[in-house]
Design a protein around this ligand. Structure first.
Ligand code: ATP
Ligand code: MG
Length: 572
């Protein structure tokens, strides 16, 4: 389990107070309660870090519990993926893996108890009628004509529901609370409905299933949870959970609500993420453009970076949107320490070193990670024919371009200084090759006379480079908030350039043995991870994140332009 230092926030204040007043005898027991109706996303990561983190901080416990009350939407695939994701994030629930479906018998008995004390009834209004009778925020609801059935009739009808005597939608069990309550959740909420769908865990045992609201609070209570942490939209459900616990006479955990995480340039609703997968906008739940934990993992994110991010955004009561570059900051920071540097050329331009011997290959020493001396060094081959990045040469360079140009000398990383002598073009005038010379005195990248070129370029040796595929990812949506426009579906804002495939990219030969999940910095380009689909025949790299914050660059440019304009104005 990851280390957690003591953190202070409004939730720990509540817990501290409970500990002082001995409300839970000093126990701190939390849970992470996903519904297995999709894969987990970065918002869930925040909840995971919070629940497991708090338990750790107080020497308490945290359960993993699946709230699996709706078999129509839930699948074993999701259960498996969620377990993998929580574990990958670095958390351990020990033996405390639970399912709300473990409690189906008990929940059924609780429902029967509520019928017995006259607090629940079988309603036979249609689903549409129930909706219409519920009223609105401004108008009270209307009581169902079935509301005052005698207990015995309700018991018999509930049993009939369970035994298959009704079709789906023909009958539901409702709590008898208050149809005129200002809180719509208390207007005789449905407790049980009929679903003719086998359950991933209980199979065909049940034809009736508890509603989430009838299962969640009691599940917490049965597990002895002390602090039931959830997102703000459940604030209005708390009185209902309390009502159930009071009327069934069960132990009360304390529910605490916090603001859910929203992230810019993406969507974090499972309903929308499912659409992206099912409608083919992305290549599955773990597509590296997805904000899912499995997508971030495939993108090359580390659990450490995600945990640091969740720590930084913290918990509060105020809704807001966190900028994506905050998340990117943390992965960049983490990979800077742990990713080995290698050389790869994505857009190759051929360079021939005219004065270098035809058949010679030198093995030059390269540093694996300047941030980590223990990462050591490796050999990179240097030969007469090389590739450099096309963007590193301009025939007629602008004033601030210091890289390669005709007649100019630059340093090749870990190798030699080279000078461009001649530019070869094809029939269309496109540059296809540079003829250069090298200075044999500059082996390793420094000159005896102390001269220093203004630029250092990365390169690969043509005969030794490996062809690979590089997948360059950008944000999945081209706007900050794809859900802002009420008239347009969020899919209208998908970024058409969210994936650009480069093939072949040329990578240095040390990468021949790279394994899926290995992370690298392609020098001067970006951080990359070897994709899960990568094989020794076809190496595939996913770009995790660029080296510098692209947003910052854009933001900085503007004031500079303004300054220039101001300067011009003052001159004239
Ligand atoms: P959705 O609304 O997208 O279907 P959900 O909240 O219903 O998601 P659950 O599986 O019920 O998904 O969530 C499990 C836990 O994760 C809940 O306690 C929920 O409050 C929390 N959670 C879900 N989304 C976020 C988020 N964006 N930020 C923080 N916590 C979240
Ligand atoms: Mg939910």
């Amino acid at each position: 389990m990851p280390e957690t230092e003591a953190k202070r926030n409004f939730i720990t204040e509540i817990i501290d107070e409970h500990n002082e007043t001995d409300r839970y005898q000093g126990r701190v027991h939390t849970r992470f309660p996903p519904e297995p109706n999709g894969y987990l996303h970065i918002g869930h990561a925040k909840s995971i870090c919070l629940n497991f983190g708090i338990a750790q901080q107080y020497g308490g416990l945290c359960n993993l519990r699946f709230d699996d009350t709706n078999p129509a939407k839930e699948e074993q695939e999701y259960i498996d993926a969620i377990i993998d994701d929580v574990r990958w994030l670095g958390y351990d629930w020990g033996v405390r893996l639970f399912f709300a479906s473990d409690y189906f018998d008990q929940l059924y008995d609780m429902a029967v108890d509520l019928i017995r004390i006259g607090r629940a009834y079988v309603d036979q209004l249609s689903p549409d009628e129930i909706r219409a009778y519920r009223g609105t925020l401004t108008a009270p609801g209307i009581e169902s004509p079935y509301r005052d059935r005698p207990v015995e009739e309700n018991l018999a009808l509930f049993e009939k529901m369970r035994a298959g005597g009704f079709q789906e939608g023909e009958a539901v069990l409702r709590a008898k609370i208050d149809m005129s309550s200002g809180n719509i959740n208390l207007r005789d909420p449905v407790m049980y409905r009929i679903l003719d769908t086998p359950h991933p865990r209980t199979g065909d045992t049940w034809r009736i299933y508890p509603m989430y609201d009838f299962a969640h609070g009691q599940s917490d209570s049965l597990e002895g949870i002390t602090h039931s942490i959830c997102t703000l939209e459940y604030e209005d459900h708390r009185p209902l959970y309390d009502w159930y616990l009071d009327n069934i006479e069960l132990y009360h955990p304390q529910q605490i609500e916090f603001a859910r995480l929203n992230l810019s340039h993406t969507v974090l609703s499972k309903r929308k993420l499912i659409r992206l997968v099912q409608e083919g906008y992305v290549d599955g739940w773990d597509d590296p453009r997805m904000p899912t934990i499995s997508g971030l993992r495939r993108r090359g994110y580390t659990p450490e970076a995600i945990r640091e991010f969740c720590d930084e955004v913290g918990v509060g009561k105020v809704k807001g949107v966190v900028a994506l570059h905050k998340l990117e900051y943390h992965i960049r920071h983490d990979l800077n320490k742990r990713a080995n540097r290698v050389m790869a050329v994505l857009n190759p331009l051929r360079v021939v070193i005219e004065n270098y011997p035809e058949d010679l290959t030198e093995e030059l020493d390269a540093i694996n990670n300047p941030e980590d001396a223990s990462a050591g060094t490796r050999k990179v081959p240097f030969a007469k024919v090389l590739y450099i990045e096309r963007e590193d040469f301009i025939e007629d360079p602008p004033r601030k371009f210091f890289r390669l140009a005709p007649g100019r000398e630059v340093r090749l990383r870990y190798a030699y200084f080279i000078t461009c002598q001649e530019v070869i073009k094809d029939a269309n005038g496109e540059v296809i090759e540079l003829r250069c010379t090298y200075d044999p005195e500059t082996r390793g990248g420094s000159a005896p006379d102390g001269r220093r070129p203004k630029a250092t370029l990365h390169w690969v040796a043509a005969a030794h480079a490996i062809e690979a595929e590089a997948r360059l990812y950008d944000t999945l949506f081209s706007v900050e908030n794809p859900e802002a426009d009420r008239d347009q579906d969020f899919t209208a804002f998908i970024n058409p350039q969210s994936l650009q495939v480069v093939h072949p990219a040329l990578v240095e030969p040390s990468l021949a043995t790279a394994q899926p999940g290995d992370r690298f910095q392609f020098e001067r380009l970006a951080y990359f991870v070897v994709d899960a689909d990568s094989t020794s025949e076809r190496l595939v790299f996913n770009r995790t994140v660029t080296l510098r914050d692209q947003w910052k660059k854009q933001q900085k440019k503007q004031p500079r332009r303004r300054k220039q304009r101001r300067a011009k104005r003052s001159q004239s």
